[in-house]
Design a protein around this ligand. Structure first.
Ligand code: JFZ
Length: 433
């Protein structure tokens, strides 16, 4: 490996250290699309023109917007960082950009929603990030006719001179400069997303990354200037270009073996996940996941060295749906008792057990029992290696045993435990054995 490659990977490892320790964050999708309440892709899905979409801009008035409430909910859920859509594909800016009139300060809201958001979450001690859509369905220099995602993809009146695309890219770079200059320290930048030929240098990604690293060298950046949810790109060949990004961003999926480069080295990754079936507020979508499902999926991410970014979609008034808040609060109850099996933890060196998953931090092994069992739980290969077993939530002792002394199972320990819960085991320090 060339030293330059090794340096890039080393820098990425340094930058993502905090990120991979914190493991659990909140994603917030919010924009004008909260008004029609059929998800954030409504303009494209229903081929709505800019003129017809204008009514939502005129109407936008989030009277209940109080990001301190959002921040409290995130903190109580055990989340350690947050990412808000400063601009989604619709092009509407939640911040006071000097480069557009299509922004929250020009609506009835009359406020820079991003700056209030950042202040509120920082006050709760969370790390803060912004999502910025490199796709833009509002800007007149963004290709419309023929672009497979654009609301006007079928409208010949929206044929545009490809020469003008450079003006859009200037605009996009200008807005990133504003965000990284006027809003204090940002911890994460979450770009979304590249597709077909719209990737990498099409966005002048090297130049953009160089500017960002100059303005905020520590900022952790996703991989979507080059890719999208499917991953791919130079991150995977362990041959990071300047714009490869710091982490992979699988969407609505937890990869079976975590995410590793083609040569097998682990890559930083974060699964983004919705609570129901939409990112943006969708009034009719009540298909929410169970809190236990969210907890198990978070454990699964950590057991594969990944993070989870769990989404909420506030409504047009600025309220996170009650169904979402209820789930977050149950997840938070679990996190307050079992968070030590998540924060700073990662994959165990042990294989996945039959009854659930392991996470591990140093020599501390956490057993997440997902299945009800009829008797002691088998801890394959751990006979003689465990001194104590504890229930993580209250610290109570559990009895370790070796009920079968047959040759076949002689290396297995057992713990007397039949509920579904998380246990902790201090493993012998391998340095002492
Ligand atoms: C993107 C956004 O489109 C979506 O609205 C949300 O913000 C999510 C987190 O990210 O989702 C994608 C990304 C890639 C594709 C489709 C949706 N794709 O490649 O077709």
């Amino acid at each position: 490996m060339s030293t330059q490659k090794a340096d890039l990977i080393q820098e990425r490892t340094e930058r993502t250290k905090w990120f991979l320790n914190e493991r659990f964050g909140m994603f917030i999708h919010w924009g004008l699309y909260a008004i029609p309440a059929r998800g954030e892709w409504i303009r494209s899905n229903e081929n709505i023109s800019v003129e017809d979409y204008q009514k939502y801009f005129d109407e936008f008035d989030p009277v209940d917007y109080n990001p301190r409430e959002w921040a409290k909910a995130a903190k109580k859920a055990g989340m350690k960082y947050v990412v808000l859509t400063a601009k989604h594909h619709e092009g509407f800016c939640l911040f006071d950009s000097k480069l557009t009139e299509y922004k929250s300060t020009n609506t009835k809201a009359g406020r820079d929603l991003v700056s209030e958001f950042l202040e509120a979450f920082r006050a709760e001690g969370l790390k803060v990030g912004l999502y910025y859509s490199i796709i833009d369905w509002y800007h007149e220099d963004y290709p419309a006719y023929g672009d497979k995602f654009h609301p006007m993809k079928n409208n010949e009146n929206f044929k545009r001179d490809p020469q003008n695309f450079g003006r859009y890219v200037d605009y996009m770079h200008g807005q990133i400069r504003e965000l990284l200059t006027n809003y204090g320290k940002l911890d994460i930048m979450w770009f979304d997303f590249s597709y077909d030929t719209m990737r990498g240098e099409k966005w002048r990604a090297t130049e953009l990354m160089e500017m960002m690293r100059e303005l905020q060298p520590h900022i952790v950046i996703d991989n979507r200037l080059e890719g999208s949810s499917e991953g791919g790109g130079t991150m995977y060949t362990n041959d990071p270009t300047t714009y490869a990004g710091d982490f992979a961003s699988p969407e609505q999926i937890i990869p079976p073996g975590g995410i590793v480069a083609h040569d097998g080295t682990p890559l930083p990754w974060e699964a983004c996940v919705t609570l129901n079936n939409n990112w943006g507020y969708a009034a009719a979508d009540h298909y929410y996941k169970k809190p236990a499902t969210i907890i198990r999926k978070l454990v699964e991410c950590v057991s594969k060295n990944g993070n989870m970014l769990l989404n909420v979609g506030p409504d047009a008034k600025g309220n996170i749906p009650k169904e979402s808040l209820d789930i977050l609060s149950e997840v938070g109850d679990w996190m307050s008792r079992n968070g030590s099996s998540i924060y700073g933890c990662g994959a165990s060196e042990l294989p996945k057990p039959e009854w659930g998953r392991y996470t591990q931090r140093g020599n501390k092994l956490y057993a997440h029992v997902f299945e009800e069992s009829i008797g002691p739980i088998n801890l394959a290969g751990l006979a003689g290696k465990l001194r104590t077993a504890r229930l993580l939530s209250d610290g109570s002792e559990l009895i370790l045993s070796r009920p079968w002394n047959t040759a076949e199972f002689v290396n297995d320990a057992y713990v007397n435990f039949t509920r579904q819960d998380s246990l902790s085991f201090p493993l012998p320090d391998p340095r002492n054995t």
